[in-house]
Design a protein around this ligand. Structure first.
Ligand code: ADP
Ligand code: MG
Length: 737
């Protein structure tokens, strides 16, 4: 008779790839792409042309929507959605709990004085919703008696259809605010920050370069990493069910050291699942492009072509949802947690970031003319300055309980925020910083332009020397923020990026303008400022190996912070500098900022507390009972042979069994003791005066206590009879599918 575990494994042996409902033939892809969204194509087909032109204008410029137009758009959208089987619509928003929220309303309405059912959807219903907000995190912003919140349509992100087995729902991307106007979501400040970075970029471009555009948009290309494991393993692991990660689990004999998974041939069940996801996302208008095996066994990545930041962010939220639901349909589970398994790599979400003009010019593309180069150098300088001054914010923007296991461990970028430029660009920066030259050598709008280098080098078009250890790397024509966690809502890091870049652009523009008023020629003013700013902030550039002690020592000498834990990183959010920054750029009011910080502490406190309690339960109800059983078996076996051994002088003593028993008894005592201490440590944190103290107490007392429990539990896993061990092991979860 097999154990529960062996039966599980036999079950997996019989699984076959599941057919995808969304799957279609390649020939139909261009036709089907975007077919589940009410984007420009659908609008063109369903709206009167004057209305279509207006809404297109709203989308491309971000202007407010005229209510008369809203009614027409709502009607067009409803007709379109009903044709696709939708009975309901929902305002789809992103409250601060890291998830998406939806409340469905049917299109039905009853004609007054008549029993006739009508299908209706008005402009008002499209533009504004009023969900009860009392159960969403608000970080102390609202009292319960003013619990109402409202959602407002973000016309720049298209509405879409979510299909379910028994029907479809029209989802309308919205922002979510309190009745008193404070942002209760991720999207509102994201949209605000996009406006600010656009305004500041436009100001720089017109003031310094005499270039005029309508709008500048931050662009985001988000590489999503995740694990796919068989669902039956998941169902047998209370830690995966409750925490999304394994809390215990011994190091398997084989992990990722053979380097045989990365870019390897994909397993057929996995391909079926990912293809299913791709087709759904393509129909939803997300341009997924890349899929491959990642470094850890069981780990995968998908990446789209970049899009405007708010659309990319919405699409990533949708992708995470679709990944989870689709995996389940394929008998798999998608783990988005940053560190589901020790001993193998965790998952991140690289945020590729740049700024683009409305005409499609990438402002981080090194130019081919001196003027374009000057523009590139200015934006580059602004970002270098932003990252140096606001490294604390970037670190805070990726601080969550899961990511703490990645940052600073030797697999993900270190917790020290630095910039990788690559050798060539680094040389350019060095040349500027060390130049003494004032001779003009370039041309910018008729004016002589010098960047302080004798012969301005052609800038590298594509940097090939990629450095995987840097948290913030220049990769040819964009920056890649690699510290973002796989489960994170990217809006927050993107808000931070937009805000700090906007601030830096404004600073540099004003400095140049100030120099110019002192009768300094434009090119000299430009050179002086760029040189000064780069000299001040060059310390944040690091092109070496980000892993290991050496960089930590160098970084400390340079005065760069190394915040290893989440509470430390979150504590920086409400510094005077940061409150002022968010307020002066109208991104977050002091109250909004504080509420966010509060919620992030709260999430940390809840997650770590739940993890600690789950660990305690698993050890008490699974690990220790298994250890007792094994202990009894060894003791019984010893008992059985003792009479022979004692009677016969020439028989060897059963020293091996005695050693195992000694090891077992010692480990059991120790584990039981440590487990009790863990629970006591959790209870002790309840005395914390506030969320912040609570978070710090968990970080300094409970997390180390969990580490201790795990060490002994994992040791027991390696000595207990395999047929008694109750939990699927790493070697099974990571390799069988
Ligand atoms: P790698 O894994 O080598 O970093 P990928 O090709 O997997 O590279 O991912 C690169 C990502 O960067 C893609 O999502 C791509 O669309 C995105 N990207 C490229 N150019 C830009 C840009 N200008 N702005 C934002 N993202 C960009
Ligand atoms: Mg990458």
């Amino acid at each position: 008779a097999g154990t529960r575990r062996t039966k599980l494994i036999e079950g997996i042996d019989n699984r076959v790839p599941v057919a995808s409902e969304a799957f279609d033939s390649a020939e139909n892809l261009t036709e089907l792409y975007d077919s589940d969204t009410y984007g420009l194509n659908a609008m063109r087909e369903t709206l009167p042309s004057h209305c279509y032109k207006k809404i297109r204008e709203v989308i491309s410029t971000g202007q407010p929507l005229d209510p008369a137009i809203a009614d027409m758009v709502a009607n067009g959208m409803k007709e379109w959605a009903i044709k696709r089987g939708a009975t309901h619509y929902t305002h789809w928003f992103q409250p601060l709990n890291g998830l998406v929220a939806e409340k469905h309303d049917a299109f039905v309405s009853i004609f007054p004085g008549d029993d006739r059912l009508l299908l209706e959807f008005s402009g008002m219903q499209l533009i504004k919703g009023e969900p009860d907000a009392s159960s969403f995190p608000n970080g102390g912003i609202r009292s319960t008696w003013e619990a109402r919140g409202y959602t407002v349509w973000d016309a720049t992100s298209p509405a879409f259809i979510r299909k379910d087995q028994n029907g479809s729902t029209l989802c309308i991307p919205t922002a979510f605010c309190s009745w008193t106007g404070e942002a209760l979501d991720q999207k509102t400040p994201l949209l605000r920050s996009m406006e600010r970075v656009s305004e500041e970029s436009l100001a720089v471009l017109s003031s310094i370069f005499k270039e005029n555009y309508k709008r500048i948009s931050p662009t985001l290309g988000i590489e999503q990493e995740f694990f796919l494991i068989d669902r039956s393993f998941y169902l047998s692991r209370p830690d995966l069910i409750t925490c999304g990660r394994t809390l215990i689990g011994a190091k398997p004999p084989k992990g990722q050291e053979m380097e045989d998974h990365y870019f390897g041939t994909m397993n057929s069940r996995i391909v079926a699942c990912i293809q299913d996801v791709e087709w759904q996302m393509w129909k939803l208008g997300m341009p997924l492009k890349t899929r491959h095996n990642e470094v850890a066994p069981g780990q995968y990545e998908v990446a789209p072509i970049f899009e405007r930041a708010n659309v990319a962010s919405d699409h990533n939220m949708l992708l995470m949802d679709v990944l989870k639901s689709t995996a389940t349909r394929h008998g798999l589970i998608c783990l988005l947690h940053e560190k589901p398994f020790d001993y193998v790599n965790g998952s991140g979400k690289h945020n590729n970031y740049s700024l683009s003009t409305d005409t499609g010019v990438n402002l981080l593309e090194p130019g081919s003319t001196p003027a374009q180069n000057a523009r590139f150098i200015l934006f580059l300088t602004a970002i270098i300055r932003a990252v140096d001054i606001h490294a604390d914010l970037l670190r805070a923007s990726v601080a969550n309980p899961g990511n703490e296991h990645r940052l600073g461990a030797n697999e993900a970028p270190p917790a020290i925020i630095s910039i990788y430029l690559g050798q060539e660009l680094d040389r350019v920066v060095n040349d500027i910083v060390h130049s003494t030259e004032t001779e003009a050598n370039g041309d910018c709008n008729g004016e002589k332009m010098s960047l302080g280098v004798g012969a301005f080098p052609p800038l590298p078009k594509d940097s090939t020397d990629r450095n995987r250890t840097s948290p913030f790397a220049f990769t040819g024509n964009k920056f890649e923020f690699r510290a973002v966690g796989s489960s994170q809502v990217v809006a927050f890091p993107c808000i931070i990026l937009n805000t700090i870049v906007a601030e830096s652009l404004q600073y540099i523009r004003k400095e140049i303008e100030r120099e110019k008023t002192n009768n300094v020629a434009a090119n000299t003013a430009f050179n002086n400022v760029i040189k000064r700013v780069l000299s001040l902030h060059q310390r944040v550039i690091f092109n070496g190996d980000g892993y290991g002690q050496e960089w930590r020592d160098i970084a400390a000498k340079r005065g760069l912070a190394n915040m290893r834990t989440t509470p430390e990183a979150l504590a920086t959010l409400n510094s005077e500098k940061n409150i002022k920054l968010f307020e002066s750029f109208n991104i977050l009011s002091p109250i909004e900022l504080q509420s966010r910080q509060h919620i992030l502490y709260e999430i940390y406190v809840k997650s770590i507390t739940i993890e600690a309690k789950s660990m305690y339960d698993m050890v008490s109800t699974l690990v220790l009972p298994a250890a007792f059983k094994h202990q009894k078996n060894v003791a019984d076996s010893l008992n059985a042979i003792m009479p022979f051994v004692q009677g016969q002088k020439n028989l060897p003593q059963p020293t091996a069994q005695i050693a195992v028993l000694t090891d077992l008894v010692t480990a059991i005592n120790s584990l039981s003791d440590l487990n009790v201490k863990l629970l006591a440590a959790v209870k002790a944190t309840k005395s914390a005066a506030n969320e912040k103290d609570h978070a710090f107490m968990l970080s300094t007392s409970v997390i180390p206590a969990m580490r201790e429990v795990r060490r002994v539990s994992d040791h027991l896993e390696t000595i207990i009879d395999d047929t008694i061990w109750p939990l699927p092991k790493y070697s099974e979860i990571l390799f069988l599918r």
